[in-house]
Design a protein around this ligand. Structure first.
Ligand SMILES: CC(C)(COP(=O)(O)OP(=O)(O)OC[C@H]1O[C@@H](n2cnc3c(N)ncnc32)[C@H](O)[C@@H]1OP(=O)(O)O)[C@@H](O)C(=O)NCCC(=O)NCCSC(=O)C[C@H](O)C(=O)O
Ligand SMILES: [Mg+2]
Length: 324
């Protein structure tokens, strides 16, 4: 639905933008966890519309089901990435470096003929964790590869180290490219001893820091999971708040959370119309030699023009993917 009335607007925006809006971008508005050992859920996940499907080997899988999760995921990879109507991100969450399960995970999951698009490394605490992960990847992946890496920040120590982690990830010339920072809020709250509240104010600092650092390194920022999966209103509120904070997407755990979340992270028609009007007014005033101008009672100058451009770029990037 949204797509239908956004599209005509986008056509004119594509022509009218300040810089080329088209770039390679994999949307991860909803990043959907599926326990890897649960084959029924795994098969169902590929029939759903999440931008990113994360087949899980970590905390969604019991210790005595880890082997089954690896076998299921490897089997799917060997058969080839399941086709869907539109492109999507096929991700696998392996176990953390500290867990000592990571070697067994990688020895099964990245040694077949097909690799996942993305590996999601949980509980990255420091640069050494990344180096260890990178070493294992070099050991197991023989061919050239450019697998995406989602780095999960889930503790106080990790948050303190996040800038160093990003710098190292970007420099590490290996078989992966960092694509996103993800906020593991449940583990983070356990780490700092926070009490959960309805408003989530206890994680405000962490959310804002993660968004800021992610964007500083040109990475996507993935917001926390909303565990009350039978509360669509609460999810909508939290997802919209995440988008307002600058997150690129959000973790989801249940099929019913996908649509609400993806809508929250897609600029809506009013936002696109606003952005288009700002950009058009900007051109007009530039020609008249005016850097600042008035639009509906607001002072507009370059920072707001950049925000309008962000809206247009994001809408274009998502539309290109979902219409392919
Ligand atoms: C939460 C659940 C255990 C609920 O499962 P269930 O009781 O089966 O729910 P429903 O009966 O309402 O399900 C309806 C149908 O949808 C399928 N389903 C449900 N969940 C999924 C899913 N995640 N992927 C695919 N399909 C799913 C059901 O099978 C039903 O299908 P059908 O019978 O054909 O109608 C469950 O939703 C679940 O297991 N969710 C994932 C939990 C998980 O992965 N948790 C870990 C990730 S969160 C995290 O790690 C936090 C982070 O690290 C941090 O620190 O913050
Ligand atoms: Mg976690």
């Amino acid at each position: 639905m949204l797509r239908n009335y956004v599209k005509p607007l986008l056509k004119s925006v594509l022509v009218d933008t300040i810089k080329a809006p088209i770039r390679l971008y994999t949307p991860r508005r909803a990043l959907m966890y599926v326990p890897g050992d649960d084959l029924k859920k795994v098969l169902k996940a590929f029939l759903l519309d999440a931008d990113s499907i994360v087949l899980d080997c970590e905390d969604g899988v019991a210790l005595n089901k880890k082997v089954q999760a690896r076998i299921n995921i490897r089997d799917i990879l060997d058969k080839g990435k399941p086709q869907r109507k539109r492109p999507y991100d096929f991700a696998v969450r392996i176990n953390s470096v500290a867990s000592e399960l990571i070697k067994d995970d990688l020895s099964v999951l990245v040694t077949g003929k097909n690799l996942p698009n993305t590996i999601y490394l949980p509980k990255v605490e420091n640069v050494q964790h990344l180096e260890t992960f990178s070493g294992y990847l070099d050991e197991y992946v023989k061919a050239q590869s450019n697998i995406g890496l989602i780095i999960a920040i889930e503790s106080a120590f990790a948050l303190v180290n996040v800038v160093d982690i990003c710098k190292a990830a970007i420099k590490m010339s290996s078989k992966f490219t960092p694509v996103a920072l993800l906020f593991g809020s449940d583990d983070f709250c356990a780490s700092i001893g926070a009490k959960r509240t309805e408003s989530s104010f206890e994680v405000t600092y962490a959310r804002q820091k993660i968004v800021t650092v992610a964007k500083a390194f040109n990475l996507q920022a993935i917001d926390m999971v909303y565990i009350k999966y039978k509360d669509p209103e609460g999810l909508k509120k939290q997802a919209e708040e995440g988008a307002q904070l600058g997150f690129s997407g959000k973790q989801v755990i249940h099929p019913d959370q996908i649509d609400i979340t993806q809508k929250a992270f897609m600029p809506n028609p009013d936002q696109i119309k606003w952005a288009q009007e700002i950009l058009n007014a900007f051109y007009k005033h530039q020609k008249e030699g005016k850097g600042a101008f008035s639009y509906k009672g607001h002072m507009i100058d370059m920072p707001t023009v950049k925000q309008a451009q962000n809206v247009v770029d994001l809408a274009n990037a998502i539309m290109i993917n979902i219409n392919e």
